[in-house]
Design a protein around this ligand. Structure first.
Ligand code: DX5
Ligand code: ZN
Length: 221
């Protein structure tokens, strides 16, 4: 049976109470914490950096922190995030001049490494670095903001990447990010995803446990 992970995106959390929010969502059954880093350069929005990741660790958060870098350049932040307690670091290949080197830097820093593909980005950048990937993240919205609608063509792309991963025989997580809710999570899982980012669908509800329970029921169906 697939080991599904639910990864709440803290982009939609209440930043004034971030430690508590992350604790609550983990108590409600989330598996990992999705941490969106935006630089107002690669994407038109600005969020949080390594200090906030460190603050969550100091607060006592033990769950894996899945750092999604929407920044360019990439490399300068890798060491800082590794030191701040990141577990997984993913970046967009079009944001790094030397993708292979950036992936190697992430692993050398002791983290799991992954690439993120935007909705219109093809799979070419994956082929020669499959041995350096622990995760592939497919964007199902254009990166920059929470609360957008899921782009349906992502489903075919998930199928294609699932086939690539299976053919490689490697242990690579397939994560999808953007517009995921209890309504579409089963379809995305059926296409081959195993890790689901959800921001607004979770944090915009009062009862995190109820949303995550519903998502798990959908995944089991
Ligand atoms: C978008 C971010 C996502 C976003 C998801 O650029 O990478 O992680 O927060 O939010 P929802 O689930 O609201 O689409
Ligand atoms: Zn994200």
């Amino acid at each position: 049976m697939t080991d599904y992970w639910i990864a709440p995106s803290i982009l939609s959390a209440d930043f004034a109470r971030l430690g508590e929010e992350v604790e609550n969502v983990l108590d409600a059954g989330a598996d990992i914490v999705h941490f969106d880093v935006m630089d107002n350069h690669y994407v038109p929005n600005l969020t949080i950096g390594p200090m906030v990741c460190k603050a969550l660790r100091n607060y006592g958060i033990k769950a894996p922190i899945d750092v999604h870098l929407m920044v360019s350049p990439v490399d300068r932040l890798i060491g800082d995030f590794a030191e701040a307690g990141a577990s997984i670091i993913t970046f967009h290949p079009d944001a790094s001049t030397h993708v292979d080197r950036s992936l190697q830097m992430i692993r050398d820093a002791g983290c799991k490494a992954g690439l993120v593909l935007n909705p219109a980005t093809g799979l070419e950048s994956l082929k020669y670095v499959m041995d350096k990937l622990d995760m592939i993240l497919l964007m199902s919205v254009n990166p920059g903001f929470g609360g957008q609608s899921f782009i349906p063509s992502t489903i075919d792309k998930v199928r294609e990447v699932r086939a690539l991963i299976d053919a490689s025989g490697r242990d690579i997580r397939l994560e999808v990010d953007g517009g995921i809710s209890a309504k579409n999570i089963a379809e995305i899982a059926a296409a081959g995803a195993d890790t689901f980012v959800a921001g607004s669908a979770i944090f915009n509800q009062d009862d995190y446990q109820a949303v995550i329970d519903t998502m798990r029921r959908e995944l089991a169906s």
